[in-house]
Design a binder for this molecule. Sequence first.
Ligand SMILES: *[C@@H]1O[C@H](CO)[C@@H](O)[C@H](O)[C@H]1NC(C)=O
Ligand SMILES: *[C@@H]1O[C@H](CO)[C@@H](O)[C@H](O)[C@H]1NC(C)=O
Ligand SMILES: *[C@@H]1O[C@H](CO)[C@@H](O)[C@H](O)[C@H]1NC(C)=O
Length: 492
Amino acid sequence: MGGSLLLPILIAHILYITTTDPRADAAIGVNWGTQAAHPLPSQSVIKMLRANKITKVKLFDSDSSVLRALANTGIEVMVAVPNEVLSTLTNAAQANLWVQNNVLRYIPSGTNIRYVAVGNEPFLRAYNGTFIAATYPVLRNIQEALNNNKMGDRVKATVPLNADILQASSVPSETVFRPDISSNIMQIVSYLAENGSPFVINIYPFLSLYGDKNFPVNYAFFSGNGVSPVKDGAYTYTNVFDASYDSLVVALRKAGYDNMTCIVGEIGWPSDGDVNANVNYAQKFNQGFVDHLVSKKGTPLHPNTDIDAYLFSLIDEDMKTIAPGNFERHWGILAYDGRRKYLLKLSGPDGDDLVEVSGVNYMKAQWCILNPNVADRSKLADSIGYACANGDCTELGYGCSCNKYLDESGNASYAFNSYYQRQNQEKGACSFNGLGQIVTKNPSVSNCKFPLQLAFPGTPSSSTSGTPWLRAPLTLLLALLLFLNIIHQVFL
Ligand SMILES: *[C@@H]1O[C@H](CO)[C@@H](O)[C@H](O)[C@H]1NC(C)=O
Ligand SMILES: *[C@@H]1O[C@H](CO)[C@@H](O)[C@H](O)[C@H]1NC(C)=O
Ligand SMILES: *[C@@H]1O[C@H](CO)[C@@H](O)[C@H](O)[C@H]1NC(C)=O
């Protein structure tokens, strides 16, 4: 009878289901910056993006190895014109050349470039106006180059702006654009609207807290717990994200743009480098935000909407400037080596945990520490200063991951090791006037990790995602078994 083939069919079916990726798409895109001393190989990062079903990535440049590796992944890409390049692209011919070399070149081979970011927060107050004049002409030149090459419908140029383009106000309904740049913003908004391009804004509740010690911390998160709601006419706000987003909506409405599509270009929380930058808060904020998106609650002014957003950021970058604060090197949902710092479900509360980068190669298991047997420590302060200036000591300060675990010698060891690793463990990089010593016992204490840098240059793991090739024969097997079963039932 037909029953003899049912069991193998059932087994094949179960195997098929278990090898079919059950993950839901991530509800959020990611910013992928690469200012790291020893960055992870692009191929390994992209493998991880795919394992997490991340569908959108925002870059800060247009690195060719990254764009090539993103080909045929389906992942939507935002490439960027760095601020430093803006002034040269005010020339239309140069802008056209940039578009040829950084966008059009990659599209035919399958890289899904959808946006060009013109500058990165070019109107930020801290830049003293340096990039203001060039921004609009470059936006126009880039979009026109795309349009002239018949790519204007597919690729949109835009300008990611920091929420500091908004004049501070006590409630969203009173918000306007900052007077010193409002005419520049109007020019940009009008051009974006004409082209059907989105407005991109970066929103940082962490910086609200960092900049104002009286900021009510619970208002940064999304639980509504311990928050006195802010009333704004008919609307009530229980978190600062909604208030910031609606402030932008209001400013755009007042300017006559009711229906502008707004993308959140950067949002996130750092995990180290400040008393409020820790793993607990980062987890709470990032998961809270993802769940907020998944709920599709939207904001009081735009209820029941999908908000398009990109987490800042994917991976820690230990070479970022710490001018804004020591937290700058710790925004990643993954550490420098692609390891998870905390559990995060990118497709919402019922989704799967974030998958780490696999196949990571580290340098040899050896560290540089302060030699405890050297009595003359007259050069110690200078040595620590040098190591920190050329390495990374952002984990040592008050409230940071190493602060309560290290004494003064521990601090010195931490600094020495950071420099030594960054210098590819070269022997001379652990001398420090005779104060350094190379050890093979890991000096990490509890949550205070003495990192080993990644093997450099990164050697990408040669294995690609195992699932697709495994899945194809199983599909064939299943089809064959079904076919045999039909034959069996019909003819026997
Ligand atoms: C902006 O101006 C301030 C004060 O004059 C100065 O300290 C800072 O370095 C300037 N920043 C830039 C990016 O030019
Ligand atoms: C916004 O969109 C709505 C619905 O599509 C439309 O009725 C309204 O006129 C639009 N407003 C503007 C300012 O374009
Ligand atoms: C270690 O270094 C940090 C950052 O400079 C400092 O805040 C801390 O007080 C130092 N710890 C000791 C025990 O000196």
